[in-house]
Write a protein that binds this ligand. Sequence first.
Ligand code: GRF
Length: 198
Amino acid sequence: MSTAPLRIGVLGSGKGSNLAAILRAIQAGELNAVVSIVLSDNPTAGILTLGRERGIPTEALPVSKFRSKLEPEIETIAAEKFAAAQTDLVVLAGYMRMVKAPLLVPFSNRIINIHPSLLPSFPGLEAWKQALEAKVPQTGCTVHWVDSGMDTGKIIAQAAVPIWPTDTPETLHGRIQEAEHKLFPACLAKIAEDPSRA
Ligand code: GRF
């Protein structure tokens, strides 16, 4: 590995199992990266505990009044913290809101997300429930670049997951997450190895 490690800034709202998978890949030497900062919009999120336990600079953002986005001034704080941590790539790992201009503009083409469906099917929240209700035979997960739409950015890679007749939302989401934990670090490793990266 001749290139410098990719500096990843993570933004998440939940338990942080994707962050754990990314850290495992780094530790295993499969991903030439360092997680430079972990931010969350949810002050009680497990991802904050995980970041702290691993000794990563970890901070909760001010609590938002909105559900589906952050106030511009809070997003500006996030962008400043990512910039101060010399973040090459912002990784949305279970972030449950739309990204708006204060973060999107300074990190244009440098924000990546994982979504628990085979996009463009089932964008938005609880995509595994949407797939179950639609009675499709398979769903999966998608890693994509983030743009101003909801789960509309350019697709990087996908992994399919079968849906069994006995599945509940929980069992299906669990199986999708197993696929996420392989796909996300693999995509990040390819980006980290890209010789054209600055
Ligand atoms: C994942 O299923 C991801 O696709 C979705 O939220 C979940 C986050 O899980 N956007 P975790 O916090 O990484 O465990």
